[in-house]
Design a binder for this molecule. Structure first.
Ligand code: NDP
Length: 446
């Protein structure tokens, strides 16, 4: 029988790879993992975690204003970007250490180097060449930078956490998650933000009512939007960049942030040498068990471009490890995945949008609650929240829940259990409200 150096070699120590490595090791496998950047991956190092901390940091701008209405006397408020940046980066360092400790604590051998497949069982990692019975590719994705003149003058979400100083003005290219989240953050921190999108809407996959509400609130706050604008070229100016668009006047700003999607990291992995197939989304093609077309090679997370979300990658990694090394096969259900946009205010959603439900179920009932949160009323803030339940009229099952307003993602996580469990609107109605909360609206919609 062929003997290999490792039972499992994981390429990429992000959310999916680390989970798979430590679970497989727990099942008794000899595991190695390779990471060419920093252990923790996009979410921990340059994504969800530092972004959320910036969202918290930026929210104080409004909280400090509102505080006066609640009786607080405050001195002159000031904001120091390097303090927030460095504290956030220090937290990232702390988490990076924890991830490394987790790997060593589970006897996973870490190669801090680039890994490339030489064939289906052989990996060149740094200066070493090692063999493994099974391989898992979990290399994630990276920000897409369009191929156009001057594109390199813009930064991406990789660099945004490390800025020397805050720009006076910022153009954000794109209208998705990253664009709207950073629009909220930088606007609150005093930057003049213009969001430029190629289409005529933001956050295309979210329910129309929520998108409209976020757009209205963002514009009222002072964020500018330009729609139906393709990008022609980027030029350098004395003070920053000029963004030349297909539709309208050029837009000048001190800085440009590309937020036009993320591309799976499949280059330089030796996929061709190992015979691993790539699909038309520039992603590694896998089946429901995350197995590629090569029998001993699997792939999980953003590199497969199924659903580019951390908890999904973690689940895929866990299912792989349990199934292949734990004798407990299971597959990830990619349906009904809750998601959130940490815009200001945030959006959260699970299940079908109203439009999707009408297509799938024919007749649907829609319940909405459009209200001003109590805190906003006292603060003199006009922003209204919007909650929406979409119900299949034939079965009374709630098939979608959509929320925009303070703490919407926190509330929706619990609500997602009810939607996943296919509870009916009647069961929502039977639940007694918890007063006074915003979430009580979910059981009071008639
Ligand atoms: P998104 O897919 O959310 O949005 C991309 C935006 O860029 C869309 O508005 C899209 O327009 C536009 N676009 C796409 N390609 C081009 C192009 N070639 N030229 C100009 N515009 C273009 O991408 P993000 O980069 O914001 O985020 C990437 C992924 O990361 C998300 O899909 C999500 O899965 C994940 N993420 C999740 C977060 C969360 O859970 N809170 C936070 C951040 C990221 P159009 O609508 O017309 O296609």
């Amino acid at each position: 029988m062929t003997t290999y150096d490792h039972n499992l070699f994981v390429i990429g120590a992000g959310s999916g790879g680390v989970r798979a490595a430590r679970i497989a090791s727990g099942h008794g496998a000899r595991v190695a993992i390779a990471e060419e950047h920093r252990v923790g991956g996009t979410c921990v190092i340059r994504g969800c975690v530092p972004k959320k901390l910036l969202v918290y940091g930026s929210h104080f701008a409004e909280d400090l204003v509102d505080a006066r209405r609640f009786g607080w006397t405050l001195g002159d408020k000031g904001f120091d970007w390097p303090t927030l940046r460095d504290n956030v980066l220090a937290e990232v360092d702390r988490l990076n250490d924890i991830y490394k400790t987790t790997l060593s604590g589970h006897d996973v051998h870490l190669y801090e180097a680039h890994a490339e497949l030489l064939d289906a069982h052989t990996v060149k990692v740094g200066d070493a060449t090692v063999t493994a019975d099974k391989i898992l590719i979990a290399t994630g994705a990276r920000p897409l930078v369009p191929d156009l003149p001057g594109a390199e003058l813009g930064i991406t979400s990789n660099e945004v956490f490390h800025l020397d100083h805050l720009p006076k003005s910022l153009v954000i290219a794109g209208g998705g998650y990253i664009a709207n989240e950073f629009a909220g953050v930088f606007h609150e921190l005093g930057v003049k933000v213009t969001l430029v999108n190629r289409g005529d809407t933001i956050l295309r996959q979210y329910d129309q009512a929520l998108r409209d509400r976020l757009l209205t609130i963002s514009m009222t706050k002072g964020i500018s939007f330009e729609f139906n604008c393709g990008f022609e070229r980027i030029e350098k100016t004395a003070t920053g960049v000029r963004v030349v668009v297909t539709n309208g006047d050029p837009i000048e700003a001190e800085m440009l942030l590309w937020a036009v999607g993320r591309r799976p990291n499949i280059e330089g992995l030796g996929l061709a040498a190992a015979g691993v197939a790539v699909n038309d989304k520039h992603a590694i093609a896998v089946d429901a068990d995350s197995r590629t077309n090569v029998a001993n090679i699997w792939a999980v997370g953003d590199v497969t471009d199924r659903v580019q979300l951390t908890p999904v990658a973690i689940r895929e990694g866990h299912a792989f490890a349990d199934s292949v090394f734990g004798g407990k096969p299971w597959t990830v259900d990619h349906g009904c995945i809750p998601s959130a946009v940490f815009s200001n205010p945030p959006i959260a959603s699970v299940g079908l949008t109203e439009a999707e439900a009408r297509n799938q179920h024919g007749t649907v009932k829609v319940f909405t609650s459009d209200f001003r949160p109590m805190r906003n009323v006292l603060a003199g803030r006009n922003e209204r929240s919007l909650y929406k339940l979409v119900v299949d009229a034939a079965t009374d099952v709630v098939v979608g829940a959509h929320m925009i307003g303070p703490d919407a993602p926190e509330i929706l996580q619990a609500l997602a259990i009810a939607i996943k469990a296919k509870l009916t609107k009647a069961q929502f109605d039977e639940t007694v409200a918890l007063h006074p909360t915003m979430a009580e609206e979910l059981v009071l919609m008639r």
